[in-house]
Design a protein. Structure first.
Length: 344
């Protein structure tokens, strides 16, 4: 008797992707990535820009809280000769003048705002009876403050190092390390813009700066901003420092040091004056007021413009296409202009 063995089915080989099919799949994935990547990048930049706006709102709130406590806004910078007792920086605890050679101090506005920016421990560690570059303040001025850094600004070295003999304080400083800020006060407009015909003659001093005061110590009161708080810049973006940038986010081929590029949040020279540059950022004066050169100019890494906190505490985006004449009007506090929000 024969036993019939069951016939097993022949095994079938799995068919692999053909080369053409594989290439089609890769192409589809590449198309999807190319479609999604810009959207992801745009979403990330929107989040960074929102954080930048929030930073400026915090700075604006700090300025107004300072004003509520003191009945004036702080000056953008101090270069004091001992004639400003109201700022309490040139006398010792008994009210006596500081020793010779130590009676001149300089510092930037953010030093005065520290208690209003949730930085009270840093403020308490700050010896304001000494220049910010004095070794006693070295730890404080090298401390980074996140509120003063725009997330859209390229990551990298956020410090600048200063070594020089200062004719003002008559002191020699070596390897002073400043943590930088991406925000600063736009102090005014360079006369060259008027001479070149880009803007009409006028008084373009900003809300927090007065060059008519030899010591820089100008304390603005709200009533003095006759152009209106909602029409006047307080603090603007000047991002990327201490790296030197030209137009379109290009790093300048030759890096250099200047007070306009340094950008330390405690350094009195951090403020800037609008020069106006050519569109490639290579020379001034010119019609470009934003993101053509970050050496003494508004600069931001947002597409199409920059953020500014106005005197009323609001933060608004000013387009790069805004005329430099309108931009200069937004800087000045008492030039008598009528400005429409549609113009920027």
């Amino acid at each position: 008797m024969r036993i019939r063995m069951p016939v097993l089915p022949k095994s079938r080989r799995r068919q692999a992707f053909t080369l053409i099919e594989l290439l089609v799949v890769i192409a589809i994935i590449a198309v999807l990535i190319s479609l999604l990547l810009p959207a992801v990048q745009a979403a990330r930049e929107a989040a960074r820009r929102a954080q930048c706006v929030n930073n400026l709102k915090q700075i604006g709130l700090a300025l107004h809280n300072f004003e509520n406590s003191n009945n004036f806004f702080p000056p953008s910078a101090i270069k004091s000769t001992g004639n400003q007792p109201s700022m309490n920086i040139n006398v010792d605890s008994a009210g006596n003048p500081l020793p010779k050679g130590r009676d001149r101090v300089s510092m930037y506005m953010f030093a005065f705002l520290l208690p209003y920016m949730e930085q009270t421990p840093l403020y308490n560690a700050f010896n304001m009876k000494r220049d910010v570059r004095d070794p006693i303040n070295s730890t404080v001025i090298a401390s980074q403050i996140n509120t003063l850094l725009c997330p859209s600004s390229p990551s990298g070295d956020k410090y600048h190092v200063y070594s020089a003999t200062d004719s003002w304080t008559k002191q020699t400083y070596t390897n002073v390390r400043f943590a930088v800020s991406d925000y600063a006060v736009n102090n005014g407009v360079e006369d060259g813009l008027i001479a070149a015909g880009f803007i009409p003659p006028g008084d373009y001093l900003s809300m927090l700066f007065n060059t008519h005061s030899a010591s820089f110590d100008f304390k603005t009161r709200i009533a003095e901003v006759t152009d209106g708080l909602s029409n006047t810049f307080m603090v603007s973006e000047n991002a990327g420092r201490p790296t030197y940038y030209l137009a379109n986010g290009r790093v300048a081929p030759v890096q250099k040091y200047s007070e306009g590029i340094a950008g330390g949040w405690a350094d009195y020279a951090t403020g800037y004056t609008t020069h106006g540059f050519t569109l490639d950022g290579s020379a001034s004066p010119g019609p470009c007021h934003t993101s053509c050169n970050n050496n003494n100019e508004t600069y931001a890494f947002h597409v199409g413009g920059s953020n500014h906190v106005f005197g009323d505490g609001s933060v608004r985006f000013v387009k790069t296409t805004t005329s430099i004449r309108i931009f200069a009007q937004l800087i000045s506090r008492a030039n008598g202009e009528v400005i429409s929000s549609d113009s920027y």
